[in-house]
Every structure is written in C-alpha cells, then in structure tokens.
Design a binder for this molecule. Sequence first.
Ligand code: HEC
Ligand code: HEC
Ligand code: HEC
Ligand code: HEC
Ligand code: HEC
Length: 399
Amino acid sequence: MFKIGISLLLFMGISFAASPEAAPVLNEKYQDSSNCKSCHMPIVRAWQKSYHAKSHYDSNEYLRASMEYVHRKTRKSINGVKVQCAVCHNPRIAVTETGTDYEIAAVMNLDKNSAINKAVENDDIAEGINCLVCHNVDSIDENLPASKRGIHRIKWNPIGTMSGPFADAKSPYHKTQQRDFFSKDPKTLCFTCHANDRSVAGLVFANTEKEYKETEKQCADCHMSPKREGVASTLPIENGRAKKRMVREHGFIGAHTASMWEEALTITGTQKGSKLLLTITNDNPHNIPTGFGAREIIVDITYMSGSATVEQKQLSLTQHYTDKRGNVTIPHLAVKATEDFSIPANSNRSFAVGIPKGAGNALVTVSYRLVNNEVRELLELKEKEWSDKKFITKANIRF
Ligand code: HEC
Ligand code: HEC
Ligand code: HEC
Ligand code: HEC
Ligand code: HEC
C-alpha cells in the first residue's frame, strides 16, 4: 500500500485534487474586510471584535491548541486537521479534503508546494468567518444529512455579488441580491455551522439547532441586535446622503461577552427536609450552555449561620469526555461524554444538595467558565479568558 502510494505520488508530480465544492478564488477587490471599509466602516468595526473574526489557527488560542492536540493524537498532518476544521471555521478555503497521498507526502516533507499547503496558508482565510463567508452565499442546501455542515451545504455567488436582506439595494462596487436567509430569518444561515459539531468518532457534542425552541425572537435579535434605524452603507446614494435603513449590529456577541451572561439564567431554592432543592431556569430558546463542548456552569453555595460561614460547596455542571481507552480527552476526540447537565431551552433543571446542621441561609452564586479544568489542563491554555469566572446570577435562600 505504502509503496504504491509513493510511486503514484511521484508519478503524479505531487498534485492533489481540490474538491468541486471549494469556494471560487477571490480577487483583491473583495478578498477581505478592508475592501468593505470605505462604505461599511461601522459594520466592519463591530465584526472585527467578534469571535467570528477570530476563527483561525493564528487568532484563537483554544482553536489552535485543539487543532494541535488532534494532530498529535491522531497523527493526521496539522494541515490535514486545519482542512477538516475549515469546513465551518474557514469555509473560504480553496480545498475541502486531504487524502492519503497528501498525508504520506506530509510525513516525507514533500508537501511544501502542494495545493493543500497553499490553501491553508492563503490570506483569503486569515479573517475566519468574514463578510464574504456569509454575504457571498447564494444558497444553502438544507436537505443534506445532518452531518454535512458548513462548506458542504453552501453554494457560492460569483465573485463580486453580495447577498443581503434588501431587494432594492444598489452599490457601485458590487452586485447585490436579496436572500430569505438574511431578510426573513437568518436562522438557516446560522445553522449551516451551529449544528451537529461532532468528534472524529461521530459523537455529537454541540447542536444548537437540535436544542432550539422556536420563538418570536431570532438569533440575530440577541446575537446581533434588534433592528433599528441606521444605514447599510455610509456612501451618499440618496439625495447626497446615506440611505436610511433598518439594520442590525454585527457584533455576534455570545459566550465570550460578560454582559451576555448577566441574568441569562435565574436561580431559586426551597428546603425539602434536610436538602436544599435548587432550580435553575433558562428563558432562552436554546440550552445554556449551548454550542461548544466542555463549557462549564459553576454553582457556589455558602451556608451561613448569622454572619458566620458554616460550610461551602461547589457544583460543576459540565461534561467530561473520554477516548476509546477511557482516558480523558477533548470533545473532538471523544468516544463518550458524561451526562448533559445544560439547562434546557425555555425550561429548568433542579439539583438537591444537603443542608449542614446549624445553617440558617445559603448564598448561592451561579457563574460560567468557557473551558472546564480538565480540558484547559490537557491543552495547557494560558490566556486568562478561558479560566475566568463570569457572573450569571445569585440568590439568598433562607431556611
Ligand atoms: C455570520 C454571518 C455574517 C457575517 C460574518 C457578516 N454579516 Fe452582514 N449580515 C448578516 C445578517 C444575518 C444580516 C441581516 C440582518 C437582518 O436584517 O436581519 C446582515 C446584514 C448586513 C448588511 C445590511 C445592513 C444591516 O446591517 O442589516 C450589510 C451592508 C452587511 N451585512 C455587510 C457586512 C460586512 C461588510 C461584513 C464584514 C465586516 C459582514 N456583513 C459580516 C450576517 C453576516
Ligand atoms: C464603494 C462603496 C462600497 C464598497 C467598497 C462596498 N459596498 Fe457594499 N454596498 C454599498 C452600497 C451603496 C450598498 C447599498 C446600500 C443601500 O441600498 O442601503 C451596499 C450594500 C451591501 C449589502 C446589502 C445587499 C442587499 O441586497 O441587501 C451587502 C451585504 C454589502 N454591501 C456587502 C459588502 C461587502 C462584503 C463589501 C466588501 C467586500 C462591500 N459591500 C463593499 C457600497 C459599497
Ligand atoms: C460559516 C460558519 C458559521 C456561520 C454561517 C455562522 N457561524 Fe457563528 N460561529 C462559527 C464558528 C466557527 C464560531 C467559533 C469561532 C471561534 O471562537 O473561533 C462561531 C461563534 C459564534 C458565536 C459565539 C461568540 C462568542 O463570543 O462566544 C455566536 C454567538 C455566533 N457564532 C452566532 C452566529 C449567528 C447568530 C449566526 C447567523 C447569523 C452565525 N453565528 C453564523 C461559525 C459560523
Ligand atoms: C433570547 C435571546 C437569544 C436568542 C433568540 C438566541 N440566543 Fe444564543 N445565546 C443567548 C445567551 C443569553 C447566550 C449566552 C449563554 C451561553 O453562551 O450559553 C447565548 C449563547 C449562544 C452561543 C455561544 C455558546 C457558547 O458556549 O459558545 C451560540 C453559538 C448561540 N447562542 C447561538 C444561537 C443561535 C444560532 C440562535 C438562533 C437559532 C440563538 N443563539 C438564539 C441568547 C439567545
Ligand atoms: C460543524 C461545523 C464545525 C466543524 C467541522 C468544526 N467546528 Fe469548531 N466550532 C463550530 C462552531 C459553530 C463553534 C462555536 C460554538 C459556540 O461558540 O458555541 C465552534 C467552536 C470551536 C471552539 C471554541 C472556540 C472558542 O472561542 O471558545 C474550538 C476550540 C473549536 N471549535 C475547535 C474545532 C476544531 C479543532 C475543529 C476540527 C477538528 C473544529 N472545531 C471543527 C463549528 C465547527
């Protein structure tokens, strides 16, 4: 097998086929967000702060460490892993698959000038999920199997055509076209990637689409902003002024933003005999935490007697992942996960904890951590944001 692989490789002069679904090659007029600044500056600024803009090996410590970890543990080349993750993280990549030939070439250091290395190192994907990833989409195929996400569901526009919410938008710089997944409800666009994130063993560890309970509010109402009067473009196109439109902010704020967490959940408690029954309620239309695996909700309980502390307890609501040997691992390599403790959409979850003797009340604080201790230690994450405890809510429960 190995021999045939190499001779075939040499015979073919090391060329690797790019899959037909790959995005069309960009040109410098539309390549990145700097091309949009002169007419869409406020949008570019808001997007730059979002985690969509950090979705690249070079820009997000957690993403980079996870890619390296998958590479080390599976022995797949690092570029092979990058292409695998690019399906949702960098969908403008020019290749969508790497084969055995490439893996052999990478081991032998014969991959330097390959199409795959060029695609992975290309500036076109350096901005992660940028303007073009969303606005160059022509259609989304929702009838594919649930495991086909991101790049596999998308058909791209010709370069220079921007899809958006308006049917009557005219721009001197690019063509425009209206699409329902911008104007009516962007959910379909969001679920292209925010669904069915699975490990190499096929374990689904994140699925916002499956959790979602239909409400009046759209994803964009909470994660961008409610629609308000503003301008889509600052270019003076209407009687010497920018045209007024109903628009949203492009912040895509989520789990990394402390203000998003404040009162995202509420907690109540009652005494049941010698136990304290805590109930955490989630009024949002998806579970909390939703999305990425190994997020953690922490419940700190301090039992008091007057002003004296009687006892302290901590509950950690998170999932633990194990590989086929039963060793702890990261979500992407998991064969098994422990029970899901997330608080269900538009619903609640209760936990019973013992009340120590002499306690008159309990101060309960609920907070959040982006990465649980186990995964943070495995990946040796250094940046503070991954271990920071963000405040959600608190209560003082009297017995
Ligand atoms: C993750 C997908 C996504 C990314 C990335 C994105 N947009 Fe949007 N954009 C949307 C959605 C969704 C809407 C429609 C919101 C609505 O009207 O409900 C929108 C609307 C717009 C509009 C119409 C006016 C408005 O604000 O509603 C413009 C113009 C626009 N985007 C430009 C940009 C530019 C420029 C960038 C890059 C800096 C960008 N977008 C990045 C999803 C995206
Ligand atoms: C020279 C100015 C200019 C530049 C540069 C420019 N645009 Fe626009 N764009 C406009 C104008 C003008 C409109 C129409 C605004 C309106 O009708 O309210 C528009 C509209 C849009 C819309 C909404 C389309 C619709 O039908 O709803 C999107 C999306 C968009 N632009 C994305 C981009 C992206 C992405 C870039 C960078 C690659 C970009 N634009 C660069 C001027 C520009
Ligand atoms: C092309 C795939 C793709 C599409 C389309 C997409 N996202 Fe994302 N989104 C991602 C990825 C990947 C991340 C994680 C990026 C990272 O942290 O490096 C992310 C992160 C987020 C986050 C987390 C931000 C944070 O601070 O924790 C939110 C919220 C979000 N997206 C909302 C949306 C919404 C709303 C839409 C639809 C308008 C959307 N996304 C469309 C791929 C996508
Ligand atoms: C009523 C407001 C609301 C709506 C509507 C909503 N969300 Fe959220 N979302 C939140 C809150 C609050 C958080 C912060 C808590 C968290 O991260 O679990 C959040 C977090 C997220 C995150 C980050 C999770 C993480 O741990 O990184 C993603 C991704 C996300 N939402 C996607 C979506 C998508 C996709 C939709 C539409 C299908 C949507 N949300 C609709 C309120 C909302
Ligand atoms: C099916 C689409 C999809 C694929 C494929 C995918 N991801 Fe993601 N990933 C997402 C989405 C969507 C988010 C944002 C979820 C959220 O914030 O809740 C995300 C978030 C992440 C995060 C958390 C980032 C943060 O800022 O907190 C890491 C780490 C990550 N992915 C690693 C990877 C790695 C490594 C691969 C390849 C082995 C990969 N992902 C492949 C969709 C995908």
